[in-house]
Design a protein around this ligand. Structure first.
Ligand code: BG6
Length: 479
């Protein structure tokens, strides 16, 4: 039995444009939905402001200034041995309001230079089209993705960048973590997935489903157009897989788990199978939700199924119908609630740490879809301490990554799951999406900047840098 990862396994690192680039209003770029999100904190939600308000601090405006420093950062990525870099294209750098007839050449040129620099250094760009950075004007002018007028705007953007980078990029993904909005409970997810703010008197569930369906149509349409531009493109979806375990073996807990997972699987079920699942049609019927989807759009869904499944994995969740179990209430599943899993620990931000869950996800998702998988995010957000000699001893991060890679290897070599690659999240410290903090750090490269925006932006190698270098060098043999 082959006990090794494939020779062409894509070891890499992941970032997203809005969390790294900065240069939010430079070279013709329009504001995106990330540019009106203030800094929150650990346990403090970010505010979404009406436009950019003077006196507020917006951490994404400068981020880590990757826009001006990418050459220096790519040298570090090369030294690390990365074979690929996952990033996204900022939509509003290309179409500042999403509605222009012609793209912004300076924006296109930036990604030409960035991808060329990667390729020159032996690093393959892996690109997400929409990673929480929809042009702000799409919210202002259309109210976000629940409006069908936004679908062709996304497709125009996709066609434009597919065409421009057809010889530089092979692996694409359409919508980052499209299923974050699944239960519609966190305003930040509805905002970042769909550029929507839902008022109390609106039907939240219907709007979130409508936006999701419209994004799935836009994604399928884009896949179709992409294949016309370059039939060798590999175009995937991007899901946040947070498996929801049953807390007990009570049959009701099993059903609660199935139902909770369905809510999240809905998105990849459509991406992969090109059909709205029966369980969703039934749900819409029972809840009396009217979701608009024409026959022509159903046809588009069938014609634009994805080639692979990109996904993030950070944690698992646990659900129960039993009374008196510690946890937070959720409206997600009637009469069931998400609770603490007594067998696993959590990070300083309360994110459950469950490496075996990664093997579980790899197996269950492959069994469900029979398509290649790509782990495009996994990592440990933690507080790092700089020593007097500017070192960062992040053994906690190494442990987290090691334990996850061990489980990933088991899934590949023992269980036979086809896996394209592994790109740990925030390979270099960037702005946290959820909290807006800089000090929730994921990187193997430290960036000198704090939560209030102070710092020199100097880059430093953490202990995890040398560790990951050796992991890549040995193709995952030495962990
Ligand atoms: C995923 C996103 O949700 O998790 C990233 O795709 C994000 O954009 C990452 O940064 C980690 O989340 P956070 O909130 O810790 O930055």
């Amino acid at each position: 039995m082959n006990r090794e990862l494939p020779k062409d396994f894509l070891w890499g690192g992941a970032i997203a444009a809005h969390q790294a680039e900065g240069a939010w209003n430079i070279d013709g770029r329009g504001p995106s939905i990330a540019d009106v999100m203030t800094a929150g904190g650990n346990g403090i939600p970010r505010k979404i402001t009406k436009g950019v308000v003077e006196g507020e601090y917006y951490p994404n405006h400068e981020a880590i200034d990757f826009y001006h420093r990418y050459k220096e950062d790519i040298q570090l990525f090369k030294e690390l041995g990365l074979k690929c870099l996952r990033t996204s294209i900022s939509w509003s750098r290309i179409f500042p309001t999403g509605q222009e007839e012609t793209p912004n050449e300076q924006g296109l040129k930036f990604y030409d230079d960035l991808f060329d620099e990667c390729l020159k250094n032996g690093i393959e760009p892996v690109v997400t089209l929409s990673h929480f950075e929809i042009p702000y004007a799409i919210y202002e002018d259309f109210g976000g993705f629940a409006n069908k007028a936004v679908i062709p705007l996304f497709v125009k953007f996709a066609q434009c960048v597919f065409d421009r980078y057809k010889d530089k990029v092979t692996y694409w993904m359409t919508f980052n973590e499209i299923n974050n909005q699944a239960d519609g409970q966190e305003p930040v997810h509805v905002w970042t997935n769909s550029a929507m703010i839902i008022e109390d008197d609106q039907d939240k569930e219907a709007l979130v489903f409508q936006a999701g369906v419209n994004e799935l149509i836009a994604s399928a349409w884009a896949v179709n157009e992409g294949k016309k531009i370059n039939p060798d493109f590999q175009i995937g979806c991007m899901m946040a897989y947070v498996p929801i375990y049953p807390y007990s073996c009570a049959p009701e807990d099993m059903i609660a788990s199935v139902k909770a997972n369905e809510r999240r699987f809905f998105y990849s079920d459509v991406h992969v199978r090109g059909e709205i699942p029966t369980y969703t049609e039934k749900y819409w019927e029972q809840k009396g939700l009217t979701i608009e989807i024409s026959e022509k759009e159903r046809q588009i869904l069938r014609q634009g199924t994805v080639d692979y499944i990109g996904f993030s994995y950070y944690m698992s969740g646990t659900i129960t119908t039993l009374p008196d179990v510690e946890g937070r209430q959720t409206e997600d599943i009637p009469s069931a609630k998400l609770v603490k899993n007594p067998y696993i620990t959590a990070s300083d931000w309360g994110w459950p740490i469950d490496p075996v869950g990664l093997r579980y996800v790899l197996n269950t998702v492959y069994q469900r879809y029979d398509l290649p998988l790509f782990i495009v995010e996994n990592g440990f957000g933690a507080y790092d301490q700089l020593t007097d000699s500017n070192e960062i001893h992040d053994d906690y991060r190494i442990n987290y990554l090691r334990e996850h890679i061990e489980q990933m290897k088991k899934a590949v070599v023992e269980d036979g799951v086809p896996l394209i690659g592994y790109t740990p999240w925030g390979i270099i410290d960037i702005v946290s999406f959820g909290s807006g903090e800089m000090e929730k750090r994921y990187g193997m490269i430290y960036v000198d900047k704090d939560n209030t925006g102070n710092g020199t932006l100097q880059r430093l190698k953490k202990d995890s840098f040398a560790w990951y270098q050796q992991v890549i060098e040995t193709n995952g043999e030495q962990l």
